[in-house]
Design a binder for this molecule. Structure first.
Ligand SMILES: [Zn+2]
Length: 492
């Protein structure tokens, strides 16, 4: 559709979808990544592929979006024209190829004091074609905005770790899942055309395989990220793991659970980081502690009540593995332990994700492992036992951490590496959840009504699997709403 910026500004078809993030990356470095569209898929998770090498005024930009939710399985081709380009600062493109649809999208990099930048995304559309499926478009624009800002955050963390941001160093995209999907589609088209038993069975088996691979890719496959010299995060495969090496000492914060802990073990071996000399369990949950079995010779640290929580809540497993219970118990006042030539602080902040959390701070590099106080970008798992969560405490601890160490790199218990802004957002999420839960409870909503009456859409979080009592459970908007409803009924 032929449209114009003026008509777009005047249109009331939608409020612009807009957001920004402040990052400790100089504007020219950020722009360098931004100026090479073919690199976008390697840092901005909303892009699947982009053809253009450079941004140029008047050029056609051709790319493919990822789906709003990974399991939707589609790829969304797009074509736009670059109508505004201020090198180092701003780019705008317009989309006109769809009938009755006109949209503009602007990305902006503004310089801030101290060499930092503000990265923003702005998008608006109008037209009868837009109005037909405006719900989809707004969800899509919101997805693009949120993932783009999250991508800029990951560039910031790479920059803080001292890594360059360019074609040689950005992590490569894995297109195996996509190729697998093409095979599944082809098998189904063939099977449905033939309508015979064997092709249908094979197509069904391939689909099941594709879903299993997607699960592995999203939640199980480990991602290693360097946070500072000698400091790495091993993300996914249970709780995230922080590794700190110095001299002959290797500290491991949270040990995941087998088989993911064996995968970390292989990585440690490959990188000559064995033996692990010290282990910290940030709290008693199995996905942060069952991997202790692989490190029987290490000194194992945890908050002083954690062995008691482990044997009370997860006793069957721990009775078979008593030898690897935490044996160095950290009092409420905290301790400082040597790791090679540096010191690491283990601090108990009081009730939060559980009644026995530790945070681990590496002062030399200002890196902090938060444990499960934050599930960065995901719905949370709330432990409703006596040893479990204190929602208000969780909020307070996140805000305290963000205020105390505004410039730290935070490794969350789950999800991508974070900064203070992400902790504040996670605190706002829990507070919103709790406030809504109390309000709907007071208004007479039952537990069954809670997912309908508590609206969490604006947080745009992803779902997260975990195993409880041998069953696969998902942290979702509905599970969080119900848990908050129950917790809101407990005496303070
Ligand atoms: Zn946990």
């Amino acid at each position: 559709m032929r449209g114009s910026k003026k008509a777009l500004d005047l249109s009331t078809d939608m409020e612009p979808v807009h957001g920004s993030i402040d990052v400790a990356v100089p504007p020219n470095v950020l722009w360098q990544a931004f100026d090479q569209p073919h690199l976008w898929p390697r840092w901005n998770p909303c892009f699947f592929w982009c053809r253009n090498r450079r941004l140029a005024l008047g050029d056609q930009l051709i790319w493919c979006f990822e789906p709003i939710r990974p399991w939707y399985g589609y790829k969304f081709p797009a074509i736009a024209k670059i109508v505004e380009l201020e090198s180092g600062r701003k780019v705008t493109w317009e989309v006109t190829v769809l009938p009755g649809f006109y949209a503009q999208h602007t990305y902006c990099v503004e310089p801030l004091p101290d060499g930092r930048s503000r990265f923003s995304s702005w998008e608006k559309a109008y037209g009868w074609g837009f109005r037909q499926v405006s719900k989809f478009w707004i969800a899509h624009f919101t997805f693009v905005k949120d993932r783009s800002l999250a991508g800029a955050r990951q560039l910031e963390i790479r920059n803080l770790a001292g890594d360059r941001i360019d074609a040689d160093t950005l992590p490569r995209r894995n297109y195996l899942g996509f190729l697998f999907s093409i095979v599944v589609w082809a098998a189904w088209i063939y099977a449905l055309a033939r309508l015979e038993v064997w092709p249908l069975l094979i197509a069904a088996a391939l689909l099941a395989g594709r879903l299993a691979y997607a699960f592995y890719d999203l939640y199980v496959r480990l991602a290693y990220q360097r946070l500072a010299p000698g400091v790495h995060a091993a993300l996914n495969g249970g709780g995230n793991t922080l590794l700190v090496e110095d001299g002959n000492d290797v500290l491991m914060v949270d040990t995941k659970f087998p088989p993911a802990s064996q995968a970390v073990m292989r990585w440690l071996r490959k990188n000559s980081l064995l033996p692990v000399t010290k282990v910290v369990n940030t709290h008693y949950h199995y996905d942060h502690a069952h991997g202790n079995v692989l490190f029987p010779a290490a000194e194992r640290f945890a908050f002083e009540r954690v062995p008691e929580f482990m044997t009370a809540r997860d006793g069957e497993w721990w009775r078979r593995h008593m030898a690897v219970l935490p044996d160095h118990l950290v009092p409420a006042a905290g301790v400082t332990i040597p790791v090679g030539g540096q010191y690491v602080e283990l601090t108990h902040l009081g009730p939060g994700h559980t009644q026995g959390d530790l945070i681990v701070r590496v002062p030399k590099f200002n890196v902090i492992a938060t444990g499960d106080l934050i599930f960065n970008g995901y719905y949370m798992f709330f432990d409703e036992s006596n040893e479990g969560v204190d929602l208000s405490g969780n909020v307070a601890k996140l805000r305290w951490l963000a205020e105390q160490w505004p410039d730290a790199i935070f490794m969350p218990g789950h999800g991508q590496v974070a900064r203070a802004g992400d902790l504040l957002r996670a605190a706002d999420y829990i507070e919103d959840l709790l406030t809504q839960a109390r309000a709907v409870r007071a208004a007479g909503s039952t537990e069954r009504d809670a997912p309908r009456d508590i609206d969490l859409r604006r947080w745009n979080l992803l779902i997260l699997p975990s195993f409880h009592d041998g069953r696969l459970a998902w942290a979702t908007a509905a599970s969080n709403a119900k848990a908050a409803w129950r917790l809101a009924g407990q005496p303070p």
